[in-house]
Ligand binder design. Structure first.
Ligand code: HEM
Ligand code: NAG
Length: 503
């Protein structure tokens, strides 16, 4: 088994080398399972006194059909048996799951030299491009993450919010007086439009929009479960991805060069990357500027479309219980500020904020977060069991699973935005209770951006329309890299209010 370009080596390499974040979709788990069973048959389970328990083959084999349903099923079945910490072997690699706030704290707080992202998220390199994010050394990456942070800080956000409002108002003005839409399709489209404006910039939004959107689409479709293991496999999706990445580079090279030459300064993320300077004074190349833009675009696109869709679906499906508070809040805000929407006004909408946060609790689009243990570390479970997770393990934590623990959240399967209201907010009892945006050292840098975007959308929708579900709430679609509601279940009916709220 040692040496040779075996599937196991390839997988290990992919896991070592890998987006900005990764989920383990069902297909990937299927491959892991196959390898895992082979491994068990040839070696037997790992031994080690204080290492976490290694899940044994028999019960999994027995429950194999269920197991194939993906990581959620794996955790649901393994946790009652093994507890909050257990290891799944994948040939010579070990994936250790840390479930719940107590044991996952270190995952979020550790330094990069202890828990690193590069090894597990490096498969994004062909999508983002060379010389950025996971294709650079640690020092350079730290500087590039500072550029991300600068591009998303609140003085910039204040400018982006104006563009979000404009895009959303124009978009919903085009809806009829009543009708039926697929919410996921509609909100995805709006979020692409907004992202083009705020991130990619005016030139793209105003003159190159359809061409660039198509290329970004090819780039997106070039990320399939196989890419996680074999990012350079010669498949059609990867060929289109690489072609699209090259074409985007040509388009952006011209746009960026024009800005550099004219000295124009625009209020967008593109501009912050053009203006960014490393400590040694040097700039990002045009291709690296594009790479950084693609990374931010991918971090925010599906995550935001999915969360805004779940917010709508869950509050419409629980309309009687949830909508009155949302409408009342909009009336109050309109009374105080008229129709104006800006950063500060959106920040006052607590009820809407809780509705979004609760949607993200129940359905976080990134269902698995991964790291690579650069050094061994200790964990103690809520039952007081102590384990040492060895160096070299891949470490996994799951927002989707952790958010449904009844030790953390009351009635975890019920949509209850009020659970986040102070002074007894359920997520404040322990660090890492709410991890929809990750947390700690590598928590989401786009969190405020995302809330502003989603609250803009829903505050405009609530003010102007009434809604009904068409069918039942959809199930999550675990086949996706980023997990959203099953597409067919996202249809809703809308009716324009005769008089907008508050008038
Ligand atoms: C509802 C929408 C969003 C969700 C659920 C979300 C979720 C997350 C999560 C879970 C992480 C941590 C990944 C890990 O620990 O491995 C993360 C990181 C990140 N997100 Fe978001 N995100 C959202 C929107 C955005 C947006 C709109 C942007 C940018 C405009 C963005 C930019 C980033 C960046 C730059 C990081 C990397 C932070 C780091 O590694 O230090 N995200 N996001
Ligand atoms: C400046 O620092 C960056 C980031 O570490 C590096 O990529 C670049 O090559 C350096 N430039 C010079 C001229 O040394």
């Amino acid at each position: 088994m040692a040496g040779g370009p075996t599937l196991a080596n390839e997988i290990a390499r992919a896991m070592r080398d890998s987006p900005l974040y990764v989920t383990i979709p069902a297909v990937m788990m299927t491959i892991i399972l196959a390898i895992f069973i082979l491994d068990q048959l040839s070696h037997g389970p790992l031994k080690g006194r204080r290492s976490p328990p290694v899940i044994s083959v028999a019960p999994v084999w027995g429950g194999m059909v269920a197991f194939l349903a993906g990581p959620m099923r794996l955790m649901r079945e393994a946790m009652p048996k093994y507890g909050e910490v257990f290891t799944v072997p994948v040939f010579h690699k070990r994936i250790t799951f840390l479930i719940g706030p107590k044991v996952s704290e270190h995952f979020f707080k550790a330094k990069d030299t202890e828990m690193s992202q590069k090894e597990v998220y490096e498969f994004n390199v062909p999508t983002f491009g060379k010389g950025v994010v996971f294709d650079v050394d640690h020092t350079t990456r730290a500087e590039q993450f500072r550029f991300f942070a600068d591009s998303l800080k609140s003085n910039r956000l204040r400018m982006y919010v104006g563009m979000m409002v404009k895009e959303a108002e124009d978009f919903f003005a085009k809806w009829g007086d009543e009708g039926e839409v697929n919410l996921l399709d509609e909100l995805s489209e709006l979020i692409v439009l907004t992202a083009s404006r705020c991130l990619l910039g005016r030139e793209i939004r105003e003159t190159l929009y359809s061409e660039v959107t198509e290329l970004v689409h090819d780039l997106d479709k070039g990320m399939v479960p196989l890419s996680v293991f074999f990012p350079y496999a010669p498949i059609e999706a990867h060929r289109k991805r690489d072609k699209a990445r090259k074409k985007l580079a040509q388009i952006f090279d011209k746009v960026i060069q024009a800005r550099r030459e004219s000295g124009a300064s625009e209020p967008d993320v593109l501009q912050t990357f053009i203006d960014a300077r490393y400590k040694n004074g040097s700039k990002l190349s045009n291709d690296q500027v594009l790479g950084m833009l693609i990374a931010v675009l991918f971090a925010g696109q599906h995550t935001s479309s999915i969360t805004s869709t779940w917010t709508g679906l869950l509050s419409i499906a629980n309309k009687e219980r949830v909508f009155p508070a949302l409408e009342e809040e909009q009336r109050k805000i309109i009374k105080a500020h008229g129709n104006e929407l800006d950063f500060d006004i959106l920040a006052k909408m607590d009820e809407l904020h809780f509705a979004v946060k609760e949607a993200l609790r129940m359905h976080p689009p990134l269902i698995m977060l991964l790291r690579y243990a650069q050094s061994a570390f200790e964990v103690e479970t809520t039952e007081g069991k102590k384990y040492t997770v060895p160096k070299g393990h891949i470490v996994a934590t799951s927002p989707a699973f952790a958010h449904r623990l009844d030790s953390v959240y009351s009635e975890p399967d019920t949509y209850k935005p009020g659970r986040f209201r102070e002074p007894n907010a359920e997520d404040k009892a322990a660090f890492a209770s709410f991890i929809g945006f990750g947390g700690g050292r590598h928590g989401c840098m786009g969190e405020t951006f995302a809330y502003m975007q989603i609250k803009t959308i829903w505050s405009i929708l609530i003010r102007n329309f009434e809604f009904d579900m068409v069918g039942d709430l959809p199930e999550p679609d675990y086949e996706g890299m980023v997990v959203g509601p099953k597409h067919a279940g996202c249809r809703i009916k809308y009716k324009r209010r005769a008089k907008p709220l508050g008038k």
